[in-house]
Design a binder for this molecule. Structure first.
Ligand code: NAP
Ligand code: MG
Length: 403
């Protein structure tokens, strides 16, 4: 069989532990037999990050900027235990944080919906994608413990030295105090990434915050979204038959629970942190959740939402059998290859990605799955496959679909 040719490389960011093991199996079984893969390879495995003083992470993000599409394997974010385990020169920063800072993007997380893994919310029929603003607010706050009576003020000193003051509170006793910020430029790029992604995936987009209570801070978010929508996206949305909808965050939560899904929910940083865990657990499994970082200038970095599955890796190292779910990592690859196909006008590549995803879904729906899914499925008489068997079963299903 003739393999599909590519014109532009995708940026391939390899990672750590069990997901690194799956990465190779996926390439060998599901990608390379069908696609003449063109990729620029960056090894973000912790050993290599340490050897290159983390230069490799920065290089990989810059390559993503050059080529426009990247696929990333899960990576270890070192903590004290990892510094010891890998004898690291430094406690290197989170690669995802470094890449996000360079690409300035928004992270979109969407569940992969299959029959047999039912969402806990009965009304949800289609995936709900969470778009989380990844800058500022409480994540870059300044806090104080207030020991006793006194006055707290907000003071802004302009470059010319002029001061603006607001009293926060006159304390009569002990308490706590917090200051936080955001930037118009960051909110604007968040809004644009959201609108672009909605157009890209042909889904409605909701944005919610608390502008009735936070009349300047949250209201600025609401206003920026509306201004950008009216000026740049209104016509495109009408043409695509999709809508932009703003509501208050508490109203959004109530509507989401009663909805049937199939839209993007844009959230401020904290709301996105909380709601993405709620939505992903309610859809069944973190191993069935894809994640894509989209920059305002249209760079896409695809990955799985879960980590490196360390516990399974240690079993693998001992020669024991593992049943690690590779679905989110497979979808990271198909997402990247489909996007490359779209950008380069290679329809065979897009069709390949669609069919491979279908093969994954069919395999699970036919009752063949990894242990994590077998534990929660409503299907009966399922066959639990190990890590490798599952990938091979997907390959076989792909073969059947191609006939
Ligand atoms: P994790 O790798 O997501 O795994 C946590 C647990 O969730 C696993 O032990 C496993 O449960 C289950 N699980 C997750 N993914 C699974 C899959 N694909 N198939 C089957 N089960 C799966 O999180 P972690 O153990 O807290 O973190 C491990 C490393 O990943 C850390 O070093 C962390 O820094 C890194 N991390 C990286 C990313 C990223 O690169 N995007 C994100 C998060 C964490 P059972 O053990 O019960 O089977
Ligand atoms: Mg969180």
């Amino acid at each position: 069989m003739e393999r599909i040719k590519m014109t532009t490389p995708i940026v391939e960011m390899d990672g750590d532990e069990m997901t690194r093991v799956l990465w190779k199996m996926i390439k060998d079984e599901l990608i390379c037999p069908f696609v003449e893969l063109k990729s620029e390879y960056y090894d973000l495995g912790l050993k290599n990050r340490d050897a290159t003083d983390d230069r490799i992470t920065i290089d990989s993000a810059n390559a993503a900027k050059r080529y426009g599409v990247a696929v990333k394997c899960a990576t270890i974010t070192p903590n004290a235990a990892r510094v010891k385990e890998y004898d690291l020169k430094e406690m290197w920063k989170s690669p995802n944080g470094t890449i996000r800072a360079i690409l300035d993007g928004t992270v979109f997380r969407a569940p992969i919906v299959v029959k047999g893994i039912e969402p806990y919310v009965r009304t949800w029929k289609k995936p709900i994608t969470i778009a989380r603003h990844a800058y500022g607010d409480v994540y870059k706050n300044v806090e104080m413990i207030i020991p006793g009576p006194g006055k707290a003020e907000l003071v802004f000193t302009a470059e010319d030295g002029r001061e603006t003051r607001e009293t926060v509170f006159e304390y009569k006793g002990a308490g706590v105090l917090q200051g936080m910020h955001n930037l118009n430029a960051s909110i604007e790029s968040f809004a644009k990434s959201c609108f672009n992604y909605a157009l890209d995936t042909k889904q409605d987009i909701w944005f919610a915050c608390k502008d009735t209570i936070s009349k300047k801070y949250d209201h600025t978010f609401k206003d920026i979204f509306q201004e950008i929508f009216d000026a740049q996206y209104k016509g495109k949305f009408e043409a695509a038959g999709i809508t932009y909808f703003y509501t208050l965050i508490d109203d959004a939560v109530a509507r989401v629970m009663k909805s049937e899904g199939g839209f993007i929910w844009a959230c401020k940083n904290y709301d996105g942190d909380v709601m993405s865990d709620m939505v992903s657990s309610a859809f069944g499994s973190l191993a069935m959740m894809t994640s894509v970082l989209v920059s305002p200038d249209g760079i896409y970095e695809y990955e799985a939402a879960h980590g490196t599955v360390q516990r399974h890796y240690y079993k693998y190292l001992k020669g024991e059998e593992t049943s690690t779910n590779s679905v989110a990592t497979i979808f990271a690859w198909t997402g990247a290859l489909r996007k490359r196909g779209e950008l380069d006008g290679i329809s065979e590549l897009c069709a390949y990605a669609d069919r491979m995803e279908q093969a994954v879904i069919r395999t699970i729906e036919s009752g063949r799955m990894t242990k994590d899914l077998a534990l929660i499925t409503s299907l009966e008489n399922v066959t639990v496959l190990n890590s490798e068997e599952f990938i091979k079963a997907v390959r076989a299903t792909y073969g059947e679909l191609s006939r």
